[in-house]
Design a protein around this ligand. Structure first.
Ligand code: KG4
Ligand code: ZN
Length: 352
């Protein structure tokens, strides 16, 4: 009987759902390389321009994959499978990553694995950073990004259920739209975070939406910020410049409060005290601090992803691919990019 451990599994992950072209190489749950090419071009337009995003992905995909392989020290013949984002996302962007992944898997004669971007954000918690503890099933994950705001009941790697959802804007969108009102460039979420740390959230108050159950709404908040700022500018044309830090602190405080109140409600309803956050907005310092603080008060075990794995990245696609690989859950060459791909089940609100 051999005592040697089984050969580690090498997965190439490819992410191209929005405006980041990313490639990662994972050896089992460990990241050997995770490269991300951002697209500064969108700053000029105050938001992602889909056609420009697809063109930039086309330019970036080969060099990013090539660099990831070089950095990891892995030869392409050593890759066991290729995982790619099938959706949800921008169709033109998804097509670049999916076509590339299909062609490369075909040429190397290795399995192809489709991944749901939102499921991957959740599974980013299972990337082995050498210092992280992983959540225990079942846990709740508040997945907050530029396109989604979900409370996910996670019963297993592939067994997830959305139990709360936004009925309009996503939390990241709320950050970005508020930042736009304040004249900050896209994406404004990280800038609001930066200024909020220097401001006092008690100076301005914005009302919170009254939405039943575990669903969210952010469009009313955006409108109230817009009208509030517009009215104040009538009295003082430098109102934003003079109050930027306090405005950012109040906006961030309101968004974080909405999110934490709902995850608290979800914890009470399900009785689950293993609580995680994921997605781009989980990089927000206010949300990270408030989750930790609330967790201590309520006796939760909280899980906050490493910064690198909060915003879009291919390491999360590769880890999702790894768990599908273990199950032999492969796709065939007919698989198509799907902008509205929803592989996570949706539960009707109030039926927990
Ligand atoms: O997950 P992600 O990279 O892309 C999507 O799947 O949408 O999330 C991007 C979103 C953007 O709205 C961005 O403004 C927001 O995450 N974001 C933040 C922070 N970092 C990224 N929002 C608030 N504070 C941050 N530090
Ligand atoms: Zn994302």
């Amino acid at each position: 009987m051999s005592l040697s451990s089984p050969k580690p599994i090498i997965i190439l992950g490819i992410e191209s759902s929005c405006d980041e072209t990313s490639a990662a190489i994972l050896q089992d749950c460990k990241v050997l390389a995770n490269l991300i090419a951002g697209q500064k071009i969108h700053e000029l337009y105050g938001g992602v321009v889909p056609e420009l995003a697809s063109r930039a992905h086309q330019k970036n995909i080969v060099p990013v994959v090539d660099q990831a392989l070089k950095l990891s020290g892995i030869k392409k013949e050593e890759i066991d499978a290729i995982a790619f984002t099938r959706g949800p996302g921008l169709i033109g962007s998804l097509l670049v990553g999916s076509s590339f992944a299909k062609a490369m898997a075909l040429s190397l004669n290795i399995p192809l694995i489709e991944v749901n971007h939102m499921q991957a954000h959740v599974l980013a918690h299972f990337i082995n950073t050498g210092e992280n503890e992983v959540p225990k099933f079942p846990f709740l994950c508040l997945t907050v990004s530029g396109g989604h705001t979900q409370i996910v009941l996670v019963k297993g790697y592939m067994d997830m259920e959305v139990i709360g959802n936004t009925i309009d804007d996503a939390a990241g969108e709320a950050f970005d739209k508020a930042a736009k009102i304040l004249g900050l460039p896209y994406p404004g979420g990280p800038l609001i975070d930066k200024y909020a740390q220097l401001g006092d959230f008690k100076v301005f108050q914005f009302s919170e939406p009254k939405i039943q159950g575990l669903n969210f709404s952010f469009s009313g908040l955006k409108t109230s910020i817009l009208y509030f700022v517009r009215d104040r500018i009538k009295e003082d044309k430098n109102f934003i410049e003079n109050n930027l830090k306090n405005l950012c602190a109040s906006i961030q405080h309101t968004i974080v409060k909405i999110l934490i109140d709902k995850i608290t409600q979800a914890s009470i309803l399900t009785g689950i005290k293993e609580i995680a956050i994921a997605g781009g907005v989980s990089a927000n310092s206010g949300l990270r601090n408030k989750l930790t603080q609330t967790g201590l008060e309520k006796g939760w075990k909280t899980y906050i992803p490493h910064f690198e794995y909060c915003t879009d990245n291919a390491a999360m696609i590769a880890i999702n691919g790894y768990y599908k690989y273990l199950k032999g859950d492969f796709s065939n060459q007919k698989v198509e990019a799907n902008a509205r791909y929803e592989s996570i089940k949706q539960k009707q609100n109030g039926t927990i």
